[in-house]
Design a protein around this ligand. Sequence first.
Ligand SMILES: Cc1cc2nc3c(=O)[nH]c(=O)nc-3n(C[C@H](O)[C@H](O)[C@H](O)COP(=O)(O)O)c2cc1C
Length: 131
Amino acid sequence: MVKALVLYHSQQYGNTQKMAEAVAEGLKGEKCEVTLYNTNEGRFDITKYPQYDCVAFGSPDYFSYMAGTIKTFIDDWYIKRNESGYQARPYAAFITHGGGGGARRPSPFSTGSAHRWGRPSSARALPTCRP
Ligand SMILES: Cc1cc2nc3c(=O)[nH]c(=O)nc-3n(C[C@H](O)[C@H](O)[C@H](O)COP(=O)(O)O)c2cc1C
C-alpha cells in the first residue's frame, strides 16, 4: 500500500488541521495509508522520511510564506537529500489564510524552498496513490 505523509502546521484556529484531515480522507479514499503530523507539536523526525511515498504539505499563510516549522522540514530534508532513500517524492501543497489575498498570489510553496524539495504533483497525479 502506498504510504502518504500529510505534514502540516496548525496552531491558531485549527484551520489547517481541518484541511489536513480532509486531505487525509481523500488519500485514504485512494487506498493510501496516511500519517498525519502537525509540526506545531514537534519537529518531524527526518529519519522517518524514507518510509513515505508521497507528501502533502499544509501551512497557514504567514506573511505570504509557509510556517517556519514546515520550512524546517524542508531544510532538514535538504541536508539529507543525497543519502539513500531521501530522494524527492511527489508532493501536493495546501494553504489556509486569513483573507489577506494569499489565494490570489503565488502560494508559499510555489517558489523558493519548496521547489528545491521537489516538483509538485497536480491533484490529478494523486490518484497514482492507488495500490
Ligand atoms: C504570524 C501570522 C502571520 C499571518 N499572515 C497572514 C497573511 O500574510 N495573510 C493572510 O491572509 N493571513 C495571515 N495570517 C492568518 C493565518 O494564515 C490564518 O488564520 C490561518 O488559517 C491560521 O491557520 P491555523 O488555524 O491552522 O493555525 C497570519 C497569521 C499569523 C499568526
